[in-house]
Design a protein around this ligand. Sequence first.
Ligand code: TRP
Length: 444
Amino acid sequence: MTRESWRTRVGFILAAVGSAVGLGNIWRFPWMTAENGGSAFLAVYLGIILLVGVPGLLAEFVIGRRSQRNPAGALFRLSGSKSWGAVGLFGVVTALALLSFYSVVGGWIFRYFLASFTGSYFGSPGAYFEGINFGVEALGFHAAFLGVTAFIVLGGVRDGIEKATKVMMPAILALLVALAGWAITQPGADAGLAFYLDFDAAYLRANLLDVIGAAAGQALFTLSLGAGTMITYASYLGDDRDLAVDGSTIAVLNTGVGVLAGLVVFPLLFTTFGELTGPAAAGGGPGALFVSIAGAFAQLPLGGVIAVAFFGVVSLAALSSSISMLEIPVAYLVDEHGVSRRTATLSLASVILFTGGANALNPALFDFVASTLVDLMLTAGLVGFLLFVGWVLGADALAEYATGAGARSRSVGPAWLWSVRTILPLFLLGTLAVNLLALAGVSL
Ligand code: TRP
């Protein structure tokens, strides 16, 4: 049986951008930005995307294309060591944990999309969200979101993932540009834009470690790093691609969409409430987007139409990410255990129906998985991948990096490998330590 592959270069880039662009940009990014000083957070976040995110993306690409395997099979095959295989398997497990909470949020998005047609949440957004976020109905919407995800993954790499993301990504971009253009011209939008874009050095000085920790976690999450999604997607890639160019393109597009989402969210928050009461009023928790933005739509002229467009966009963005999570364990079962794509997809979806169901029924579990656990697992996972590329692959990694690359990309290869070996794992271990200390109740 020959292994699947992407049909076109654009297909791969759009699928990878589709994985990166998701609830991380639209739901988590504004919430993190609002809680961490607005512009100060944005600046640190952009720096980390460039200095840690892009080299990290390249590391996952190199592993994936070199091995043509899922994360577990990739690390095992390239090293011949079961321990490294276990590091890859950790990524597969992380993907399952990710999808278990992501699909619950995806279910909320589906529900808000439908509710936007009738405006059911317009009257009291806060109470509406509290009423639907957890419980049997949330479980039902989680099942629906998971079902659509599984349906696309069943179609395979070319006919499922590549086809779906090719339609979804341009639609997302067009709608977001239109929404942002509308939002920033609303009266009162200036205050929101100032909070978002005027650099706040004083805040940064006072909260440096916290901001760096939050920005690093967000950077990994938004670029889909640390679980092996990018290993898996690059494993369907041929030798003629310039990984550095593709990786930079993906990072730029993803960051652009994130910044664009901020241009929609922050003006709306300020126009409606006159101050940043949105995320703060929702306790800064997972309800931030739903309560604040939904509240904004409820008060704006033509709010219903805009709400339908907005939650439609977010649904597509969430799906193009959730399929990339499910594809990791599917690839693992197909590659390593000779299972058919169909059996793999259906059995994994049934497992996630239950693990995600537990999150849909238990808010405390959801909070722990969605924030703490996932951040820790992604950081640990990416440290493993970087050390593997730097110290196990070494010269091979450099050769793989250079394959298909132009002279300019090749010339930065050695600097990339050096940073992957040393400074990047150290930096990430530092943020891991800060986060673990915070979990243990120690604040620095
Ligand atoms: N990046 C996606 C988002 O922002 C989420 C995501 C998809 C992800 N696949 C991942 C995050 C793998 C970490 C690892 O919504």
